[in-house]
Design a protein around this ligand. Structure first.
Ligand code: WT7
Length: 650
């Protein structure tokens, strides 16, 4: 796509940036030619109680083993808090902006340190030990960050579950990692509506305990003051426990490869996997990418709009920024409440310099009209970021022109829950931008595009995106199932980490992520497996079979299209469609609510019983004229019915 307009690096971006074009080239070369030397040097950006003598010890072959800085010892909360106290104890660490525009809070490093130490002592006093799993099911309030950091202080492994997930989903995650301690809030608040977090937790625990799980304690932050159920002995109020706790707590000395957190994410098959990240490599990588990609300088006000329930919130609201002594803004609300100006009002109110959000939000705000943007100042903005899904060039240009007034570079950052941090991205002072391209690999990242047989492709090409060597932020295993880790990521193309994404490389060596090539959907930047939604649908008594595919959706990127075969004798109706939508919401959460349901008497299957998703995708896209070869279908006539009853007609 040589006709794509290149946005050259502006002199003023170059001037203030940490990394210019020459430095990028030199560092990149060193990082891939001598990873031990490169990371040995940059690993020192964080503080170690015991310095490492070994740097990289990784293999993508056989049983797959990934170790970085393996004999070093450190503590994440120490790096995010204690080490800043001397120089910036009174500097703000977290700016909190509530759902209600009249509510905000500022917390300094010293205050956050005290909060985290107290909370760590609360956890200890209630029997939480190093290596234990603590589930965090919280709204976007500073206590969520404190909870994560308190776990790291004592070496407990946190598993943050997004507050939009249902009791069933929460239960599944509690069971999978055998977590016996949950931190939550009475209710969450988003867009003026409450979310019954404690009630959901109670239900989840009931479900989990039916499978033999045992939750000893639920620590509850009072957020709204709404009514909640209470189980004496088990349930504890956060504020009451904190009152009694000491603000002194020595940080646990953790090995670099000790587990830091588990984060569940969807794949193409089965239940969500517990992605496990460890301590040293993760923190080095999160902090280094945060500094260079967002070009963070002391005193900058930085805002990532993600939720701490996703990896973006872990790496780029909490760990990366705080390890760098940054001022990180945490937002409880949504982009369009009270109205579609909210983001830009918050930018003006807190004088935000760096702003990081998702394409789905950009597209929705673009649709609401420029007026909501242009009536605000946004003069403080210096850099814009995008993450979570491919950004279409129209949305990119709008973000660049209207929001950033052509003054701010856009970093389109490609990465995954599994990668721990950003892998492909522009560096604002070094890499000219192209709308819609994540551009070039970060230091130490070796992308390779392979054809379907795994042959590496050279030069401009298009195929499947692999990463052929390890970087420090990489996940180490699937919690409790290393075999699944090896199978999922290293067996499709032997000895290579397969991302699941399709990708094109252009003549300038720029990478363009084209979206998932497996059965994973990306709906409004939320990742989910078609298999999970299918299994939620078939758990309904009236459903006999279901197949779920994605289709292009103007705002969400992808929408959820479900083909449903009903049990014999059940009559299809609009009512039943609504019932099924509600059922999926209940089973997984509102983010998985189907956009379209088509009742299908039969699904297109091969003679061996495999559903031909290619055909279902085409019909969902309303591109049924080129269905390709259908002759291998057991019953080719089902296709006509599917086309006639398609839900996506123009
Ligand atoms: C999938 C990972 C990483 C934080 C949020 C999502 C897609 C992510 C981009 C981007 C194109 C992107 C990929 C990836 N994705 N960022 N800048 N351009 N696609 O994390 O939930 O683990 O999802 O999101 O398809 O595989 P996640």
């Amino acid at each position: 796509m040589s006709e794509t307009q290149v946005h050259e690096t502006k002199p003023e971006w170059k001037e203030r940036a940490w990394i210019d074009a020459q430095t990028y080239e030199a560092w990149y070369r060193e990082s891939v030619e001598d990873p031990d030397g490169f990371w040995g040097k940059h690993g020192k950006r964080i503080d170690w109680f015991k310095p490492y003598t070994k740097v990289k010890n990784t293999s993508f072959e056989g049983n797959v083993s990934i170790k970085w800085f393996e004999d070093g010892e450190l503590n994440v909360s120490y790096n995010c808090l204690d080490r800043h106290l001397e120089k910036r104890g009174d500097q703000v660490a977290i700016i909190w902006e509530g759902d209600d525009p009249n509510e905000d809070r500022k917390i300094t490093y010293r205050e956050l340190h005290a909060e985290v130490c107290k909370l760590a002592n609360v956890l200890k006093s209630r029997g939480v030990k190093k290596g234990d799993r603590v589930t965090i099911y919280m709204p976007m309030i500073p206590e969520a960050a404190a909870a994560m950091l308190a776990c790291t202080r004592i070496g407990a492994i946190h598993s943050v579950v997004f507050g939009g997930f249902s009791p069933d989903s929460l239960a599944g995650r509690i069971i999978d990692c055998q977590s016996d301690f949950v931190i939550t809030a009475d209710q969450g608040l988003r867009g003026g509506r409450t979310i019954p977090l404690k009630e959901n937790t109670d239900k989840a625990i009931e479900i989990a305990e039916q499978s033999g799980a045992k939750v000893r304690h639920v620590l509850v932050v009072r957020r709204t003051g709404g009514q909640v159920g209470w189980q004496d002995g088990r349930d504890l109020w956060y504020h009451e426990e904190m009152e009694k706790a000491s603000a002194e707590c020595e940080p646990e000395h953790m090995n670099a490869e000790d587990p830091l957190f588990i984060l569940y994410t969807s794949g193409s098959t089965g239940k969500p996997k517990g992605v496990l990240h460890t301590t040293g490599g993760y923190l080095v990588y999160a902090s280094m990418t945060h500094q260079y990609v967002f070009d963070y300088h002391d005193g900058d006000i930085y805002w990532c709009t993600a939720d701490v329930g996703w990896v973006t919130g872990h790496s780029y609201i909490v760990y990366g920024p705080l390890a760098n002594g940054a001022i990180t803004l945490m937002f409880e609300g949504v982009p369009n409440y009270p109205d579609s100006s909210r983001f830009w009002q918050v930018v003006d109110k807190h004088q935000v310099n760096i702003f990081y959000t998702a394409p789905t939000a950009i597209r929705a705000l673009m649709g609401a009209g420029d007026e909501f943007v242009t009536k605000t100042s946004r003069k403080s903005l210096r850099l814009l970021g995008s993450v979570g899904e491919p950004i279409n060039p129209e949305a990119w240009e709008w973000y660049y022109r209207v929001v950033g007034e052509e003054r701010c570079p856009i970093v389109d950052t490609w990465w995954q829950t599994e990668t721990g941090g950003i892998l492909i991205t522009p560096l604002p002072g070094a890499i000219p931008l192209k709308a819609g391209s994540a551009t070039k690999p970060f230091f130490g990242v070796k992308p390779e595009i392979v054809d379907n047989d795994g042959n590496p492709l050279e030069g401009p090409c298009s195929g499947n995106l692999c990463i052929i060597d390890s970087w420090p932020g990489q996940m180490r295993t699937v919690y409790g199932d290393h075999e699944r880790f090896v199978q999922t990521y290293f067996s499709t193309y032997k000895g290579k980490y397969f991302t699941g994404d399709g990708c094109r490389r252009d003549e300038d060596g720029y990478y363009w992520i084209t979206g998932r090539v497996d059965d994973v959907l990306n709906v409004s930047g939320h990742r989910m497996g078609t298999a999970e939604i299918e299994s939620a649908l078939v758990s309904h008594p009236k459903v006999s079979e279901a197949a779920v595919v994605g289709y292009p959706h103007e705002i969400k990127g992808q929408g959820i299209y479900c083909y449903v075969t009903l049990m014999a004798g059940v009559t299809p109706s609009e009512e039943l469609k609504k019932e099924l939508v509600a059922h999926v919401r209940k089973e997984i959460g509102p983010i998985a609510a189907p956009d379209k349901i088509q009742f299908a008497p039969g699904l297109p299957k091969t003679r061996s019983g495999k559903i031909m998703r290619r055909i279902l995708r085409k019909i969902a896209e309303d591109d049924y004229t080129s269905l390709g070869d259908t002759s291998t279908l057991a019953d080719p006539s089902v296709v006509n019915d599917l086309v006639e009853n398609r839900q996506n007609r123009h």
